[in-house]
Write a protein that binds this ligand. Sequence first.
Ligand code: NIG
Ligand code: FE
Length: 412
Amino acid sequence: MQTDILITNIGQLLTMDKKGPVKGSEMNDLPVMENAAIAVKDGRIVWHGPADQAGNFDADKTIDAESRLVTPGLVEPHTHLVFGGSREEEMALKQQGVPYLDILKQGGGILSTVRSTREATYEELLKKALFHLDRMAMHGITTVEAKSGYGLEKETELKQLKVAKEANAKHPLDIVTTFLGAHAIPPGYKENPDSFLDLMAELFDEIKAENLAEFVDIFTETGVFSVEQSRRYLLKAKEKGFGVKIHADEIDQLGGTELAVEVGAISGEHLAVASDEGVRKLASSDTIGVLLPGTIFYLGKDTYAPARKMIDEGAAIAISTDFNPGSSVTENLQLIMSIAALKLKMSPAEIWHAVTVNAAHAIGRGDTAGMIAEDRAADIVIWDAPNYMYIPYHYGVNHANTVLKNGEVIYR
Ligand code: NIG
Ligand code: FE
């Protein structure tokens, strides 16, 4: 058979070929093949199997993996990709021990990025988003979720979503967009957060009609939106046909994890201080826990999500950078894999599920991303690593050797 690309001499291949989302102890059962090869045609995987059968395929181009590890492209299920400016001056406040929510209360934090994002032109935001996408691609990410939430007014929220949509068209990576208009309470609405939520909900129809977002998200947190407000807002979004997500139990334990399960959210995100009851509910639901240990690290806290308890009780877990200009400033999901090993006590096998198949399910891409299988898009990473355990082990640097998206080499 004539193919476009043949990847030969793969030392270890993680196919992640499992019906997901993969829950609980199943996350430790990793589909691994030693000495494998992959054939790609028209951007899709047409075959994978033992290296000694690769001779059945002719290819325009052969890539010798030189016994390296090969996996599906990483799936990044939670980012705040589109924003203006940066917040390096907040680092000093953090060092002085000023809490994240206090910085926000004083008009900094998210609200500082809101000002920069309102000021930025569409073109500036697009250029910046493409830059960050390049960084993600070079670190092995091939599919990424992007939230709005730095507009907090109709015009700028739509601007962010349109930038994400154009970035999806312009950049090789696939971008899945989420409307996070309910990210903070903007000036002028402090006394009346409900009317702000009503204002954001007025955008649902337009966002749906123009296909600007698949999901609606809210920041359920002290000083932001209550569980009650979040429930009402998310149910309205569901009625309009959106999938829903929640920034839940990140800093204060409000019961956001329970709410995520109650409203049938596709994912509950953060869950750092989830209650035992929340963990139990999560484990017996279809909601995926998207854990963001890089955020806890970067905020200088020690309240890491109870990942062990979640997995041991049977939950499906994904992990993510939470890439944003305030609480987690990194595009490197490999670094988060190391933090997940060290702080969430997840095993390497669990971690690989969390950045492939489960992350794909957390953004509604379970059928297309996060897996090496016949007829799937050829989203493939060759790593400068001998085996899958090596990536979380050797931390803080980029191990991606070659990244393919839809069968094209986008980084080498
Ligand atoms: O997921 N917690 C709310 N939103 C982001 C942070 C956004 C920011 O600080 O700019 C998060 O941590
Ligand atoms: Fe976030």
